[in-house]
Design a protein around this ligand. Structure first.
Ligand code: FBP
Length: 552
């Protein structure tokens, strides 16, 4: 394998642990906190998790390690989408396991949760692990999106655990995977298997956070990577002065990624899905909002700009959601075949017009034709429209172009509107982790082992005080059930970790809202540049603006 100079240099980087974990595993003790309650639906969650509910929050501190010594055989999986730093979670876990006793074993189950079911694993060694230190990606063992949630699967996992003598399983994943970690922990406890389950909070989307978990790992690096690219595009736009760039950024439903990128780069426009929903904005209202900026700038001779569009935006537009559910109904069952058999788009259009309510068709007909067709081409395995595949960056630029045409005809708009489109998602998910993510992830993994050693199960590895230097970070654990509430999923009430959406009364959004009118009209771009891995701490160890604003 060819190794780049940066990769070689990153192998030698020593991730920073929280101060209380720095004296080695023999010098870490537990401070018990208060018993916990779930964020909502306490009685229901308690009944579903009789063995793991209500446990105490715990914090580690310097002091004699009082855990009961035993051989540890730990299994680890990476679950869901890649996020920078995943390798360091595994490295931190491995180093702590081996520091406790060189005879301890860490097994990595390949390809995500399915690796546990299929018993597809490797045993980590120094030689193997050293090739992945401080690198991006999940290729150390791979990841996958199989959900570990049925009793049948849990039985198989129990057998696999028995075969290897597993004492614990660490699940590195997002809200769904950690919800499943809690359910697996409860199953393992209820069946006296002796297998502990610990979760680690991962996702670039930033939507696994709450009063205990300040950030999911990967968000820092991914948003810095997108912000670098957006800043570069802003500078290109400001140099050439001829294009409006519509940039969609990943992040699933929540708009945390878009908001963070906006705070970093001060674009002319950034849509926030949660605000669109709260204000019940229509597609036309959103297009008008963007067109206002294009018009003002164009009339000032600035025929360029940057608009950030969050991946999940259309789901938040009430009329669009209504259209999607009517389309899902329209093509349910055999009707898909009938639709597909129609000879051309005109015939299909007529079918759609007849099948939708007047209100839904009113929304459908203002969409550009490529989006109309996308709605009927791309379906998920259940036959539903795949909203995430809609090219919303193109959708909004087309709707804005229509608005501008009308405004030009009315004589109010005198500018030119040339567009470019981009989608940033995969570019950021496997970047070399920033120092923040390298340190945070290593600490999460190291800390996960401390939770295992002290016998905890159903806990999320928790490292907080993250806006301060790593020395001051606080390591501990939080019962996953504390983050849960009941939600309706696929027609059933299920206990799940509550997803964090952008809070419209939170400081990051407020700051953005205070400045966006100026950004919309003037050119206030900021250029964050590439992530710096070596150099002064004020350049290399920066946290996200979101975290800095949230923590004051
Ligand atoms: P997770 O929620 O699993 O962390 O994944 C995040 C994400 O990158 C989303 O932002 C995006 O919508 C999705 O994964 C893309 O999934 P895939 O990799 O399957 O295309």
């Amino acid at each position: 394998m060819n190794i780049s100079p940066l990769q070689t240099a990153r192998y030698a980087y020593k991730p920073k642990l929280p101060g209380m974990l720095r004296n080695g595993v023999g010098e870490i003790c537990v401070r018990d906190g208060a018993p916990t309650e779930s964020v909502a639906d306490q009685e229901k969650i308690k009944a579903l998790f009789p063995n793991t509910y209500g446990k105490n929050e715990i914090t580690f501190e310097k002091g004699k390690n009082t855990s009961v010594s035993k051989k540890q055989v730990v299994g680890v999986i990476l679950s869901g989408g890649q996020a920078p730093g995943g390798h360091n979670v595994v490295c931190g876990l491995y180093d702590a396991i081996k520091a406790a006793d060189s005879g301890n074993v860490l097994l990595g189950f390949r390809g995500g949760p399915s690796g546990l079911i299929e018993d597809n694993y490797i045993e980590f060694t120094d030689e193997y692990i050293d090739k992945f230190r401080n690198t991006g990606g999940f290729d150390i063992i791979g990841s996958g999106r199989t959900k570990l949630e049925t009793t049948e699967q849990f039985k198989i996992v129990t057998e696999v655990a028995k075969k290897h003598g597993l004492t614990a399983i660490v699940i590195i994943g997002g809200d769904d995977s950690n919800t499943n970690a809690a359910v697996l922990a409860e199953y393992m406890a209820a069946n006296n298997t002796g297998v502990q389950v610990i979760g680690c909070p991962k996702t670039i989307d930033g939507d696994l956070k709450n009063e205990d978990i300040e950030a999911s790992f990967g968000f820092d690096t991914a948003t810095k990577t997108y912000s670098e690219l957006i800043g570069n595009i802003e500078r290109d736009a400001n140099s050439a002065k001829k294009y409006w760039h519509f940039i969609k950024v990943m992040g699933r439903s929540a708009s945390h990624v878009a908001l963070e990128c906006a705070l970093e780069t001060q674009p002319n426009i950034c849509l926030i899905g949660e605000e669109v929903a709260a204000k019940k904005m229509s597609l036309s209202a959103i297009a008008d909002y963007i067109a206002d900026s294009v018009e003002k700038r164009g009339n000032n001779g600035e025929n360029f700009g940057v608009a950030i569009i969050p991946e999940g935006i259309v789901e938040f537009v009430p009329e669009f959601s209504m259209l999607i559910s009517e389309i899902n109904e329209l093509l349910a069952g055999k009707k898909t075949e009938e639709f597909n058999a129609l000879p051309d788009w005109d015939a299909k259009y007529e079918f759609i017009e007849k099948g939708l309510s007047a209100e839904a068709f009113g929304v459908f007909k203002i969409l550009p034709q490529f989006v109309q067709q996308q709605l009927f081409l791309e379906r998920d395995p259940h036959g539903n429209v795949q909203v995430s595949l809609i090219e919303s960056e193109k959708l909004f630029s087309a709707l804005v172009a229509d608005k501008l045409k009308a405004r030009a005809a009315a004589g109010t708009y005198k500018g030119k509107f040339g567009t470019q489109h981009h989608f940033f998602g995969y570019e950021g998910r496997c970047a070399f982790p920033s120092n923040f993510d390298a340190d945070y992830c290593y600490s999460l993994g190291y800390n996960a082992f401390m939770l295992i050693q002290y016998g905890y199960t159903g806990y999320l590895s928790k490292v907080s005080n993250l806006s301060k230097p790593a020395e001051e970070w606080v390591a501990g654990g939080m019962p996953i059930t504390k983050m849960m509430n009941m939600e309706r999923r696929s027609g059933e009430d299920k206990p799940v970790i509550r997803k964090a959406l952008v809070e419209l009364d939170g400081r990051p959004f407020e700051y953005f809202a205070e400045h966006r009118d100026e950004w919309a009209e003037k050119t206030c771009f900021t250029y964050p540049g590439a992530i710096q891995y070596f150099g002064p701490a004020e350049v290399c160890d920066l946290t996200t603006r979101t975290l800095a604003l949230e923590k004051g």
